[in-house]
Ligand binder design. Structure first.
Ligand code: KG4
Ligand code: ZN
Length: 356
């Protein structure tokens, strides 16, 4: 079976074709990062409008790449949530309209399920069960992945996501958006030892995270070093900014690493999969590689293209659900046209309701 998948929950329009037998056939992505850059973050209304502009051309592109026609698609999957309501509606609307016109089923997919399964599209594919550390601009979660459709949330952020912490502190240091890669580059020229920043919840039992206090701590350090109440980072010398970047990166990475290793120890599992944009961070990679080797555990860093938001993960999650017999084909024809901007993973099997 061939599944067409749409991802439009935030600032990436992703479209892909996945075959239940042959795997990924084609995928195409448009990222809106440059468009949102001027605002220092994602502007929901602009995101929705841009998804509308991109989704059909990207669909044409993947069909061309795969050498397939619309008639050869067996099902159309879309991200139904969680995410920005208007942005989700573009993917949902396009998927439902196409499905209706082709007389094929539309499949609502939970965005996090896409993230949890897509590392298995890479070589080597992690076998079930594994721990997933999902770290992006929108998510910071530790999850036990037992199999398709069987996920257990072990810990998550109580406030800001790890990527958000990188982005917000980068902004405080006068860097552009997205801040993670820029902050990491600046940190490479600094020392993490000069400034002492908090490691929130690091010694607390459990696997939750909290990053919002970190940006306040960085702001205080900027204010102190710049000698100005508004904390203008431009007043700082280059070395001070680099040292602050290094201290920030070290604090975030320390917490992510400590909680990931604690989760492995707690569950007795020996496979850790790191997904999401923050997984590109070199310090995080080095530290996890060292500690996992010591603990005789395997750590997987799937290619960034597979673990940041993309259409392949949505088409693949639908294909895996079909293969696992988790999709009720009879019920699909009667699905309401709706999205679920807030959709706890624990409710993944609850049907979508129009009131959502
Ligand atoms: O998964 P992702 O591409 O997309 C969404 O969250 O939608 O993650 C983006 C996040 C941003 O917050 C970005 O700053 C962060 O990942 N990021 C990094 C690095 N590369 C991307 N954070 C730290 N170090 C990096 N090298
Ligand atoms: Zn995501």
């Amino acid at each position: 079976m061939v599944v067409l998948g749409f991802e439009s929950s935030c600032d990436e329009t992703g479209v892909a074709l996945v075959c239940t037998e042959r795997g990924l056939l084609a995928h195409a992505l448009h990222t809106q990062a440059a468009m949102h850059q001027a605002y220092g973050g994602v502007v929901p209304e602009l995101a929705s409008r841009d998804h509308i502009r991109r989704i059909i051309p990207l669909t044409r592109r993947v069909l061309e790449q795969a050498g397939l026609g619309l008639q050869e698609i067996d099902a159309i999957a879309y991200t139904a949530g969680p995410g920005l309501a208007g942005a989700l509606l573009v993917g949902a609307g396009t998927a439902q309209a196409l499905a209706w016109s082709l007389d094929k089923p539309a499949i609502a997919i939970h965005h996090l399920e896409g993230h949890l399964l897509s590392p298995r599209l890479a070589e080597p594919a992690p076998q079930f069960p594994f721990i997933a550390l999902l770290v992006s601009g929108g998510h910071t979660q530790l999850m036990r992945v037992n199999g398709v459709g069987n996920y257990e949330l072990l810990g998550e952020t109580l406030d800001d996501a790890a990527g958000e912490a990188f982005d917000k502190t980068a902004k405080l240091l006068g860097l552009g958006y997205p801040g993670g890669p820029q902050l990491a580059a600046l940190a490479a020229t600094g020392s993490a030892k000069r400034f002492d920043l908090p490691r929130p919840l690091i010694n607390r039992a459990g696997f939750d995270f909290s990053f919002s206090g970190l940006k306040t701590a960085v702001l205080h350090q900027v204010q102190k070093a710049a000698g100005a109440v508004d904390g203008d980072a431009q007043l700082l010398d280059q070395q001070t900014r680099a040292d602050l970047a290094a201290a920030t990166q070290a604090a975030i990475v320390d917490v992510l690493v400590a909680k990931s290793m604690a989760t492995l120890a707690h569950t007795g599992l020996q496979r850790l999969v790191v997904a999401g944009g923050v997984g590109a961070n070199q310090l995080l990679r080095q530290r996890l590689q060292q500690l996992c080797a010591k603990a005789q555990a395997e750590v997987y860093f799937p290619p960034v293209a597979l673990c940041t938001d993309n259409g392949a993960m949505i088409a693949y999650a639908a294909a895996e659900r079909i293969k696992a017999g988790l999709i009720d084909w009879q019920a699909l024809g009667t699905q309401p046209f709706t999205v679920r901007p807030r959709w706890p993973l624990a409710q993944i099997d609850e049907p979508l309701l129009v009131s959502d």
